[in-house]
Unconditional design. Structure first.
Length: 75
């Protein structure tokens, strides 16, 4: 079984971190965001939406990295 190249590991870890950050900021669980003001929660929601947009853009890049890696293995 071939090992994963470092580029794929980096892209995958980045993708997972961005998804978790987006979920945390948009959903705002009470255990993390319990004691902050409404304005801070609204700012966190906006930051989550921006993070969600960046995650979408990174998903396109991640797909390109996966496709290029697959192309390289076929040659």
């Amino acid at each position: 079984m071939p090992s994963l190249p470092p580029q794929l590991i980096f892209a995958f870890v980045t993708e997972v971190a961005m998804i978790l950050l987006s979920c945390l900021l948009v959903v705002q669980p009470e255990s993390v965001f319990g004691g902050i003001s409404q304005g801070s929660r609204r700012a966190a929601t906006y930051a989550g939406l921006v993070s969600l947009c960046l995650t979408f853009c990174w998903s396109v890049i991640f797909g390109i990295v996966l496709a290029l890696n697959n192309l390289e293995l076929r040659i």
